[in-house]
Design a binder for this molecule. Structure first.
Ligand code: HEM
Length: 471
C-alpha cells in the first residue's frame, strides 16, 4: 500500500468519509470530551442530532488535511475540530442489536470495565464517578481558542441534555517546552514516535534522518511508515461501495492521573544511587531518561555520543539491536517496553497515539520544579489511541509488554510509567541495571510506587461519517 496522498483521487474518497484525528492528530491546543448516555425513550431525537452533527460539525480527515495545508502555507489555524465515538452499548441503545455479529473485536464489544483481568485496571468502583456508569458516546472537540470552544460546548450540552444524560466532561490542554514540542506532566516530550501515514510526513522523516524507506540501507534503523490498515477497518455498518469507501477506527480513552512528585523523587533517588559522581541535575536527568527511554527533550537514551546527531530531540531512527544487555536503554524503559522495535511483529502493534495532558500546574513543568512544588494528583494524561484492533494493539501492549514482569526477559520488571501489576507486589516494579554505557554500576534495585493511576475510560469506535449521516 502506498502512503496516503491527500491529492490522490482514490484516497480523497476515503478521506471524505473518514473522521479526522485518525491518520493525523488534529493538533489543537485544547480539547473537550463529553461522555453521554442516551435516554432510552428519546432515541429518535438522539439519532436526528447525530445526523445533523455529522452533516454540519464533524471534521472529516479530508477537511482536516486541507486545514493543515492551509496552516502550513498561510499560517491560518483550522478552527474548531469535532469527532464522535460510540461504544458497543451506544450502538445497542441506538437500535443496533447485532453489534456482536458486526464487530470482530471482543474488547470493544464487551467494554473496558469487563477487561480488568487483561489491563489490571483498578475496579470501576474506584474510578472517578463519571466513568462508573454505562457510557454510550464521546464527543471530542478541539480548538486553539478556548473561549470559542467553551461557548460551543455550553450550547451543545444544552442540546444533548434533551435526549441524553451527561456522564462527565473532561478537558485537555497541551503543554509545551520552550522549543514548542508537546510534553506530558513528568516533563518529557511526547508524541515523537508515531506511525506515519502521510506521504509528506514520510518524506520529512527521510530527509531529517538521511534515509530512504523504499531503498533501505544499514542507516535505516526504524521505519515509521504505516498502511492505513494499521488503524482503519471498513465500517461494519456501511455496505461496501468502492465509489464511496467508508472506514472507521477503534478508539481507546483512558484518564491516567500522574503523581509528578513521586516520579520526580524517584528520579532523584535512582540518580543518586547510580551516578553518585556526576552533578545533581545530570544524575536526575539520566535516571529519568532510563525510566522513560528518552531524555526530557525527546532524545533517545539508547544513542551514545558517537551516534548522536546534532539535534536528536525529534530523533526516531533507532532500535535496540546494539544494546542487547539494556546497558544503554534499560529493558524496562517505557518506550522500549511499549515498542521493542525488533521487526514486523512489533510494527503490527503500533497505534496512532493522540493523547493530551489534563489538569493545571502552578509552576511551569519545563522549569523542573523541585519536588515540593509538584502535584501529587489532579494532573495527568488523557490517553487516546486509534487502532484496527484493541485486542491486538492497545491491550496487547498493556498486558503482555507493559504489565509483564518478564518482558522482554526474565525479571525485567513492569513498565515504570504505565505498568499495572497483577499482584500489586511492589517488587514487580524493579529497577536493576547490569551496567550503564558499558561501565559497571553499583547494584541498584529500587522498587517504586505506582506513578500513574487509571481513573476511568472506555473503548469506542469512530464510525465513518457516511454511517453517522445515514442514521
Ligand atoms: C511513548 C509518556 C501512557 C504507549 C511515550 C513517550 C513518553 C510517554 C514521554 C516518548 C515520546 C514518544 O516516543 O512519542 C507516557 C505517559 C503516560 C503514557 C506519561 C501516562 C501517563 C502510555 C500508554 C501506552 C503508551 C497507556 C499504551 C499502552 C507508548 C508508545 C510509545 C510511547 C507505544 C512510543 C514508543 C516508540 O515507538 O518508541 N510515552 N505514556 N503510553 N508510549 Fe507512552
Amino acid at each position: 500500500m502506498a502512503p496516503v496522498d491527500p491529492h490522490d483521487f482514490k484516497t480523497d474518497r476515503i478521506l471524505k468519509n473518514l473522521q479526522g484525528n485518525t491518520i493525523k492528530g488534529h493538533g489543537r491546543e485544547h480539547t473537550t470530551h463529553i461522555f453521554i448516555h442516551f435516554d432510552a425513550n428519546k432515541i429518535v431525537a438522539a439519532k436526528k442530532w447525530i445526523r445533523t452533527f455529522a452533516e454540519d460539525t464533524l471534521t472529516s480527515a479530508k477537511t482536516q488535511l486541507e486545514q493543515r495545508e492551509k496552516f502550513k502555507k498561510e499560517k491560518i489555524p483550522g478552527g474548531m475540530f469535532a469527532a464522535l465515538f460510540l461504544t458497543a452499548k451506544g450502538y445497542e441503545a441506538l437500535g443496533f442489536a447485532d453489534v456482536d455479529a458486526k464487530f470482530a473485536d471482543d474488547a470493544f464489544k464487551s467494554g473496558l470495565k469487563t477487561r480488568l483481568n487483561i489491563t489490571n485496571d483498578p475496579n470501576p468502583s474506584q474510578w472517578e464517578e463519571g466513568f462508573r456508569d454505562e457510557i454510550h458516546a464521546m464527543i471530542l472537540l478541539g480548538d486553539d481558542e478556548l473561549r470559542r470552544m467553551g461557548e460551543f460546548t455550553k450550547g451543545l450540552l444544552d442540546i444533548l441534555d434533551a435526549f441524553s444524560h451527561i456522564n462527565v466532561v473532561e478537558y485537555g490542554n497541551a503543554i509545551r517546552n520552550s522549543a514548542g514540542a508537546g510534553i506530558e506532566h513528568f516533563g518529557y516530550v511526547d508524541g515523537t514516535s508515531q506511525p506515519l501515514f502521510l506521504k509528506d510526513e514520510i518524506e520529512s522523516y527521510e530527509k531529517d534522518h538521511g534515509v530512504v524507506l523504499s531503498a533501505p540501507t544499514d542507516a535505516l534503523k526504524f521505519d515509521p511508515s504505516a498502511d492505513k490498515e494499521l488503524i482503519l477497518i471498513p465500517d461494519p455498518y456501511v455496505a461496501v461501495n468502492l465509489e464511496k469507501p467508508a472506514f472507521g477506527s477503534y478508539f481507546v480513552f483512558r484518564k491516567l492521573e500522574q503523581n509528578v512528585r513521586a516520579f520526580k523523587l524517584a528520579e532523584e533517588v535512582v540518580g543518586e544511587a547510580l551516578f553518585p559522581n556526576i552533578g545533581e541535575e545530570s544524575k536526575r536527568e539520566l535516571a529519568g531518561a532510563y525510566l522513560v527511554g528518552r531524555f526530557e527533550d525527546g532524545s533517545p537514551v539508547v544513542m551514545d555520543d558517537e551516534d548522536a546527531v546534532p539535534n536528536s530531540a525529534g530523533f526516531n531512527n533507532f532500535n535496540y539491536a546494539d544494546d542487547p544487555s539494556g546497558g544503554r536503554c534499560p529493558h524496562f524503559a517505557h518506550v522500549r517496553k511499549t515498542n521493542p522495535r525488533t521487526g514486523a511483529f512489533d510494527q503490527s502493534k503500533r497505534m496512532a497515539r493522540r493523547g493530551i495532558p489534563f489538569g493545571h500546574r502552578n509552576v511551569d513543568t519545563e522549569l523542573d520544579p523541585i519536588a515540593s512544588q509538584t502535584p501529587e494528583g489532579g494532573v495527568g494524561l488523557l490517553f487516546m489511541s486509534y487502532q484496527a484492533s484493541i485486542q491486538n494493539q492497545f491491550e496487547f501492549i498493556q498486558q503482555f509488554w507493559a504489565n509483564s514482569v518478564n518482558f522482554p526477559g526474565a525479571a525485567t520488571g513492569i513498565d515504570p510509567i504505565i505498568g499495572q501489576s497483577a499482584t500489586g507486589n511492589p517488587a514487580d516494579r524493579i529497577f536493576a541495571l547490569p551496567q550503564v554505557y558499558g561501565h559497571a554500576v553499583p547494584a541498584v534495585t529500587a522498587d517504586f510506587e505506582q506513578f500513574v493511576t487509571m481513573k476511568g475510560g472506555e473503548y469506542f469506535f469512530a464510525p465513518s461519517i457516511t454511517f453517522l449521516k445515514g442514521l
